[in-house]
Design a protein around this ligand. Sequence first.
Ligand SMILES: Cc1cc2nc3c(=O)[nH]c(=O)nc-3n(C[C@H](O)[C@H](O)[C@H](O)COP(=O)(O)OP(=O)(O)OC[C@H]3O[C@@H](n4cnc5c(N)ncnc54)[C@H](O)[C@@H]3O)c2cc1C
Ligand code: FES
Length: 498
Amino acid sequence: MDTTSLWRATARGPCFGMLKGDEQCDVLVIGGGITGVTTALLLAEQGRKVVLLEADEIGSGTTGNSTGNLYMTTSQGLSSVASSWDDGVAREAMLARKSAVDFIEQRCRDLPGAAFTRCAMYRGARFATDQPSVEQEHQTLARLGAPVRMEEGWPGGLPPPSGRVMVLADQAQFQPQAYVTGLARLAAKAGASVHEHSRVLELDAKQRIATTSGGTVKAGEIVMATHSPKGVHIVHAEMPVHREYAVAFEVGAVDPGPGIFWWKGEEGLSIRILVHEGKRYLVAAGSEHKVGTHNAKAALMAVEAMANSHLSPGPLVHRWSAQNYRSHDGLPYIGRDHSGCFIATGFATDGLTWGTVAARGIAAELAGQKDAFIERCSPRRFTPMKGAKALVEENVTTLKTLVQGYLTGGQHEHLANLAPGDSAIVEADGETFAAYRAPDGELFAVSPVCTHMGCKVRWNSVETSWDCPCHGSRFRPDGTVIEGPAVAPLKRRTTELR
Ligand SMILES: Cc1cc2nc3c(=O)[nH]c(=O)nc-3n(C[C@H](O)[C@H](O)[C@H](O)COP(=O)(O)OP(=O)(O)OC[C@H]3O[C@@H](n4cnc5c(N)ncnc54)[C@H](O)[C@@H]3O)c2cc1C
Ligand code: FES
């Protein structure tokens, strides 16, 4: 199935060459999403020698597969930050996010393709049981001084909410892929050495040396802007990982115009419009599912069916999905980790703005400026009481996954039964394999044991990948890493399996 997002399909990449040979720099930024590219640009503008290494293409991670909305609140609501912390911290978070959206607006003045538009954010409940959370978020935002009000409905024929709708004025939306590729061009123009198709295969954090298949980079400082930090970090134990599915249609009967529309609750939708070269597209993203523990095809089809039945769209043009990592207490993790490298993660589905907050905070810290909010977001904070319930539930799930992963022998299949396009955990020659037979008949057999911390991977039928339910590492059928904290590929089995 083609899973190219609307954003990636409608914005052309800048095409930077692979790293070839050895380079030295002041700061190495690993990852070419919004966090990495913004960091590289700001540091290059400070006059530092910067290298940016992107495993695939700029924006090809989560940034180019998001929904492109920018807002001062968060998807869980600032009410949840206020209840984990207090109103003072929730206000700090709101102001940091507002300032990041203003920063993006300013940068977009040089990037017309990024289609930055100021608009309102609407938050309504799908079912009456979800209405109290809408009311609560309204009360919190009003208390924090945000430009918020309640209205009886929302515009443009959207499905009716169960009660009053919260309207947060002066938020924004843009084309995230066009923005990030535009910033990468500006970073290169400011002197950064940017390389695509340059996956970091080994990272010596102590010596500050990163190795790719084409060369090495020796740096004074390293920023891991890889969405989830590579290797083993305490934050992985604190972050549930979810996939979300999105679809884009040509606009049909329902066209609400500019705005961020969140129809919250079980089987809710996030809805927005993109106008590209005179054509209007309707984007709908559905609720989240824990990585590796759901049927990907069913989840994608459910979003498609919901959009079809409630939004009367035109023809479907794109389907895609992406992953989010949520922190345990509503704030992201930004700052130096135990090895002294910078990490930036735990953004939930709010990371276009949090990633910008992180980049500005890291660039400021490297320029010797302290920011109290960024210090609060330190990855070395450990405040289990603030998200204790979620944290315990998450670790129980992980533990169960580890145990179940090794005990579910009953679902094993025989290789001979594996038809083209099928995948299974199979046993052959006394060993267990994660096997996939490509439509052309080629067989890929890899170890099912995740190279991060040893959980057992599960098949993702939409993206033809092996996904790890523990901390979200994902692997191609040949075992190579797609995303997540794993660095090493799944061990390839090249026995006489045919
Ligand atoms: C469906 C969905 C919709 C969303 N919508 C919104 C939204 O509307 N608004 C919002 O604010 N947030 C949204 N988010 C969240 C947001 O998209 C992310 O938090 C944000 O894009 C993260 O940016 P990033 O730069 O940190 O990570 P990414 O964009 O994932 O970039 C990380 C990059 O690192 C690269 N990388 C990884 N490993 C290596 C390696 N070893 N070597 C070199 N490079 C490597 C990857 O290839 C990738 O390009 C959404 C998330 C999802 C899942
Ligand atoms: S991602 Fe941590 S064990 Fe697989």
